[in-house]
Write a protein that binds this ligand. Sequence first.
Ligand code: WTA
Length: 646
Amino acid sequence: MAQPDLYPVPPEWAARAKVDAASYAQLHGRSLADPGSFWLEQARRLDWVKRPEIAGDWSFDEKDFHIQWFADGKLNAAANCIDRHLKERSDAVAIIWEPDEPGEEARSFTYRELHAEVCRFANVLKALGVAKGDRVTIYLPMIPEAAFAVLACARIGAIHSVVFGGFSPEALAGRIEDCDSKLVITADEGRRGGKRIALKANVDEAAARAPSLETVLVVRATGGEVTMSEGRDIWFDAVAQGVAADCPAEPMGAEDPLFILYTSGSTGKPKGVLHTTGGYLLWAAMTHDLAFDYVQGDVFWCAADIGWVTGHSYILYGPLANGATTLMYEGLPNWPDASRIWQIVDKHKVHTLFTAPTALRALMKDGDGPVRATDRSSLKLLGTVGEPINPEAWRWYHGVVGEGLCPIIDTWWQTETGGAMIAPLPGATDLKPGSATKPMPGVDPQIVDAEGQVLSGAAEGNLVIARSWPGQMRTVWGDHDRFFQTYFTTYPGKYFTGDGARRDGDGDYWITGRVDDVINVSGHRMGTAEVESALVAHPKVAEAAVVGMPHDVKGQGIYAYVTLNAGEEGGEALRDELRQWVRKEIGPIATPDALQFAPGLPKTRSGKIMRRILRKIAEGDVGSLGDTSTLAEPAVVGDLVANRVA
Ligand code: WTA
């Protein structure tokens, strides 16, 4: 039987949800027609020390470029995520923590307990000399202390920079140095899928390359062996002894920085995306409430890592600001077996599961059996994020995982946007597999052509956002000009997302993927320039060009073309060595899936690499390479095609 292309709002959701189709249209309309009063009203979602009287104040024009939201307001993000729930919900569970090992007991923390843990952590940081505005790098596994550390920073006004535990010492060092952070919080080891990750040893290696680093605060997670360096390394346990479980929350200006999160771009090294306190927190809270129609008591599980923006906004800030019960899982969705993720759903009676298409595609490979073996009757809503979801995975998620009963909330957004930008609301939006559907209140998307002409009606082109929204990043740490150049010069006066999109006749958006030199590997952003620079750092490599290639589980894989120095011979051993090299330089997620030795790369006469041709070859689409006559050496193409790595 043919599968439907449209999944209308289920009647139970239309009845239950806070926002239905008519109120969504009204909400979105008003957010654009009268943004001042709309946003001051939305700001009431948060608890302010001083309530703001101005909403947005921004301009994307070069002459007057600035972005501010609620600039006269004062608040504290951690107090919003914890303290304000104490009066009525102090015994409600804030965080459920599920360990890597299925046999080990889960832990949970009520809001009262979370308050005590975060205050103790905050007092430890203060005792170590951390003050408002200082940068603190957090390099932790998915253990409860990761949440405590993040919120402790927010509580005292320190700017956290969480670095994903899968990044290499090299990548970590770069991120410590870029924001000049003096303190790193880490653990002895991490655990994932039964394997240990030597986090502390990685920090030791990074420290050698990061002279700004003075102190390493080490949480004991596994009890694994570590070397402590006298005068620099401190056990958290030891300093936390006898520390007070109360710590006042620092009143912060709405525009004071909350965190930095590094993300890959199309050029150069990763950018430190800076988010500020008021606008970001409101965006995380509002989108969590609307997109997931969150009702207190429901267990919300965002299966991301807090090293990514998804973890920041939907494991921690959004849910906790809304007084939710948020689940944090240490391990992998398919370990020890393909049922684990569904067993966790049953064990903790998960209401909403939010995960990435790549995880679904990996799980689909094991068939329906491991899913059907579980109950899943607690599930009411399913979400996805990070990359375009192929309709086949969407339908599997909907039909098999959700038994046809759970709406799929496909959220399109970016590290830069702070939270969901285009996403259906479960009680308001009819769903189409593969479409992120409609903009959130306040979001004004446009589709433009290469010349910047705004296209109306059904159209395909590049996706821009025509006005500021509270959750927008404010700058690239240490390089405000790069912020302006990266996002506001391609289409002057507009924020350029770097994504392509199509809008259909119903006004629904379909994200088609990156149109710049960023590839999306398993929902993680990777700059081709970063992988290239890691490759050319190898003594045998003269030149490298990296492009994306289709990959049935990861969405996109990494395809590298490598030209060796004269006299070097390419072979299996060197191919492995180079893949390992990249893994060590950046981290496992950057490992090239395919690596082709290329005596020459296709270049224009002015020396520019023709990536279009390399992409086509990587995709296996060699029949339509287009015009190659403008190349400096057209003959290299034949060699590249003949030696394509399948
Ligand atoms: C892609 C992750 C299609 C997109 C939150 C974007 C998506 C990049 C979707 C940002 C989606 C994210 N459909 N594509 N629902 N969500 N993307 O910064 O290309 O890690 O620009 O943020 O992921 O990745 P980032």
